[in-house]
Design a protein around this ligand. Structure first.
Ligand SMILES: Cc1cc2nc3c(=O)[nH]c(=O)nc-3n(C[C@H](O)[C@H](O)[C@H](O)COP(=O)(O)OP(=O)(O)OC[C@H]3O[C@@H](n4cnc5c(N)ncnc54)[C@H](O)[C@@H]3O)c2cc1C
Length: 486
């Protein structure tokens, strides 16, 4: 049986290593620290949380909760350790970072099937007869390994920073203030246009200039491409620069007034359901609080809820829609799996989740069993579906959000007015599909099958939790939608 080499002792790597070892594989885990560090890591510890200590929301029926519930159901080892060293953080799961790293290291060191090698990996063996590789070297992959990855994937398939425009929940846009139009009425009127008067523009511009940027660490300073400058940088160049750039109003006459506005913000549909829109050209590096204040000065977005704020930061990731299979293997080199942030998922929890999947998939292949991809309705399946099927031209890393989950049927959406109830139903579907997948996903050999593939949903206190029940209103809506279909 082939052994498994895991590159990277951050979040995805240790989880992948522990999962593969649990499934009966011999694993070698490579970590380059302390001999060589990244610009963000401060220690030589495994599972170092480089910034915040939060693994996001534990509020029931939120997307991050769904992901974590699935991870718990699957026996995710890092999440088990996170639960064991949680610190009070309201509705979020936050951990004591030192204790978390210590616990993960203890698990790795205690595992007889894991060998730890503190060494930088600079060469990948895509045709090895004796091992499979899980690459989990993260957003700050060392330069030598980045070059090696480029050899395997081609130079056009690696990105080095995220430049993210804010995304707004379409149900919170004031549709009486905005209008659909295509510039010069050419093509279909797909964009929502938010028109500014001169006075509104001045207020917006002054607020933008006064907003605070996220303080960039030395290593984060980026040489921006001229074609992708942050909003605040453009604003610094003059009061009207934006009006000649991403807020250009020409050809976008407002049908309500018959006039061309002083400036326009265009919103572009994010997904087929049209329930989220991104603000075109609005990538920025402002603090989230200030960003919300400034963006709510855009006519029509006064009460907007933002699903994502703009961000720009260093991040190495592959072009997964072109390169990766749904079982996280390079299409051209299936012996190499990509896990964690390098695969285009974003965030600590998402990286651990991708590590867990990669460890299981690689173990299945080592055992000679073709792996079955995570089911689409689950949070895991949705995240991986997104990175492997996203629009190739506009691919950007993503956290888990409801936006990535399969939508409810049209009838259900119409009948269930309460968004929380809709989310609850999506979560229930996700958990059901996930537990069915886990039941079928047993590896051919594992050291301890009952501990390896637990099906119980557990909450952070370790108590078994009941599977989510349908609310009465939700049941009624489902019932009436079903009747409507008959
Ligand atoms: C500065 C920064 C702040 C972030 N803050 C947050 C946050 O607050 N919340 C959040 O949810 N997400 C955050 N992220 C995003 C992301 O969730 C984390 O980067 C996360 O640690 C990714 O997990 P990973 O396992 O993919 O990579 P990492 O945790 O970075 O692990 C990769 C490991 O690979 C090692 N490595 C690299 N190259 C080699 C090599 N050639 N050979 C051997 N080892 C190598 C590195 O030393 C590292 O230990 C942040 C990212 C960055 C860069």
């Amino acid at each position: 049986m082939k052994s498994i080499h895991v590159v990277g002792g951050g979040l995805a790597g240790p989880e992948a290593a522990l999962q593969a070892a649990r499934a009966g594989c011999k694993v070698t885990l490579f970590e380059m620290r302390p001999h060589r560090s990244t610009e963000a890591h401060q220690t030589a510890d495994f599972a170092e949380l480089v910034c915040s200590n939060s693994l996001k929301s534990e509020s029931e029926n939120t997307a991050p909760w769904l992901l974590k519930q699935e991870m718990r159901a699957a026996g995710c080892i890092l999440l088990e350790e996170a639960d064991a060293c949680a610190v009070p953080a309201g509705h979020a799961l936050a951990v004591d970072r030192v204790e978390f790293s210590r616990r993960v290291a203890a698990r790795l060191e205690a595992d007889p099937d894991i060998t730890i090698v503190r060494e930088e990996v600079t060469k990948l063996h895509e045709h090895s007869d004796d091992h499979l590789t899980i690459l989990a070297s993260g957003p700050l992959t060392s330069p030598a390994l980045t070059t090696e990855l480029q050899r395997l994937t081609g130079t056009d398939h690696l990105s080095f920073y995220d430049s993210i425009a804010p995304v707004v929940d379409s149900t919170t846009i004031d549709m009486d203030r905005v209008y659909f139009a295509a510039r010069w009425d050419k093509g279909t009127a797909d964009y929502i246009n938010c028109p500014f008067t001169r006075e509104e523009y001045d207020v917006f511009y002054d607020a933008l200039r006064a907003a605070h940027e996220v303080e960039a660490k030395e290593w984060e300073r980026l040489d921006y491409f001229e074609g992708c400058l942050p909003l605040e940088e453009l604003a610094r160049r003059g009061r009207d620069t934006l009006r000649f750039g991403c807020m250009k109003p020409v050809g976008l006459r407002n049908p309500r007034t018959g006039q061309t506005p002083h400036a326009v913000v265009q919103l572009r549909q994010e997904n087929l359901r049209a329930d989220s829109y991104n603000l075109v050209g609005f990538q920025n590096h402002l603090k989230f609080g200030d960003q919300k204040t400034v963006l709510r000065l855009i006519p029509g977005l006064e009460h907007a809820e933002f699903l994502r704020f703009g961000q720009i930061h260093r991040n190495t990731y592959i072009h997964s829609p072109s390169l990766l299979t749904e079982t996280l293997q390079l299409k051209e080199h299936p012996q190499i799996f990509i896990a964690g942030q390098l695969s285009g998922v974003e965030g600590y929890t998402e990286s651990i989740a991708a590590g867990m999947l990669a460890g299981r998939y690689a173990a299945a292949i080592a055992h000679g069993t073709p792996p079955e991809a995570a089911p689409r309705p689950s949070a895991h399946g949705s995240l991986i579906h997104y990175i492997t099927h996203a629009d190739k031209k506009r691919f950007q890393p993503a956290n888990i959000t409801f936006d990535l989950l399969p939508p409810l049927e049209e009838d259900l959406r119409k009948n269930i007015r309460d968004k929380k109830e809709r989310h609850r139903l999506q979560c229930e579907r996700g958990l059901t599909a996930w537990s069915e997948w886990l039941r079928g996903g047993t590896p051919t050999s594992s050291r301890n099958s009952s501990a390896s593939w637990p099906l119980l949903f557990r909450n952070p206190t370790g108590k078994a939790a009941n599977p989510p029940l349908l609310h009465r209103s939700l049941r009624e809506a489902v019932h009436s939608a079903a009747k409507g279909q008959q």
